[in-house]
Design a protein around this ligand. Sequence first.
Ligand code: KIV
Ligand code: ZN
Length: 516
Amino acid sequence: MAAPDHLVIFDTTLRDGEQSPGATMNKNEKLRIAKALEKLRVDVIEAGFAIASQGDFEAVKAIAETIKESTICSLARALDKDIDRAAEAIRPAAQGRIHTFIATSPIHMQHKLQMKPDEVVEQAVRAVKRARSHVDDVEFSCEDAGRSELDFLCRIIEAAIDAGATTINIPDTVGYAIPEEFGETIRQLLNRIPNADKAIFSVHCHNDLGLAVANSIAAVTNGARQVECTINGLGERAGNASLEEIVMAVRTRKDLFNIDTRVNAEHIVPASRLVSTITGFPVQPNKAIVGANAFAHESGIHQDGVLKHRETYEIMRAQDVGWHTNSLVLGKHSGRNAFRTRLQELGIQFETETELNEAFTRFKALADLKHEIFDEDLQAIASDTKQKEEIGRYGLVCMKVASETGVVPKATLTLTVDGTEHTVTSEGSGPVDAAFKAIESLVDSGCNLQLYSVNNITSGTDAQGEVTVRLERGGRIVNGVGADTDIIIASAKAYIEALNLVTSGGIRQHPQVADV
Ligand code: KIV
Ligand code: ZN
């Protein structure tokens, strides 16, 4: 296989990213993110784990039907049933890939798989062959490669390539590796495996020690030509390598890397915002590239330097990664056409005219309150509208909250439960607490509130507040997100969305639970 002329970016926001507790996304949300990834020009979109549930299967299939420019991939354990399901889901794709994996570390083989190394090799070969019977583009991953023995990795990878794998992925599944060591592993694998030139070598690093990006970069320096990563570094536990950091590291230091990605970096910030809004995982202000402070200079010396010559303190231009899109787009007098056009530019589509009308009504109401409407506001309106159309045992009809110095706060809410209206009142330590208690007095969900956070979507006191509520019940964790210029209303919306999510959704398999 000819070495690629660019660094292949394999985005797994919709698969590994979705494995973050509470980051579950529905089909429409995944489609919106997939469109943003296509716009970003990522090479491969890992759209999901098709066998996990009917919902996951439908989402992978819908993405395969819609996306034309990126390869669409589904994950599959090294099992016939997984591989066949993945193949079915990606069948409509213009370019499809099956990604199959099995664990290769002694600890995983002995305790999780309870298989001998010989059996693992045999199973890997079988899986790759089966995947190749469906598609030409097959990726094979050695799960927990970061803790696997080099000799065994060489053996299983050589066999997988012989069986037809076209990409070999080396995951540091538990985020254990250190950059120098990980880079050396990649170098050794490429040198020692006789048929290494027949496949592209990839890495997939987790961030448990905060080293996912550093390890990925060390791997690229040593010959890896695909990096698996996610928007905002979303992913299991501490997350995956962050796409924006990998792309910008390679591009900014082109003096060191004689390879670039095909990513259109101007779409990075909008994609980051979209993922954050949909998953309810806020981006920390000091996050590289996409954090609110990434290009903000606080100290007088820095400000002075930047004003005299930008490159004194800035190594990248904010607009090159999409910060310029944070501009005023629409206002109170904008009409339906301008609204529709801007939504299209943002990749937001409504399935019905009724949905569009509903969103337009919300836009007008918001424009009355805050006059200047930004792209981020439109994203929030779109999420809110789609959410309302899609799910819901529970709905918010109206609410009234009393908050006064020296008086116990009180909230009265009218909610629909399975279509019937109920009005409830509760007191609380604050207005949000009172609102949540009022909801619970009716619903009695048995959920534990794990997280409550508020972020402003744009700047200014008239901005919409975006609230994330994380609820847990019986081990199932969900995030609800609500946006409104009134943060108490946003809070109630987020709580109700989380309740709707916790009461919907069937059983889902986790890819890394053995079933071999
Ligand atoms: O972290 C991991 O090992 C994975 C594999 C399934 C690639 O996500
Ligand atoms: Zn992973």
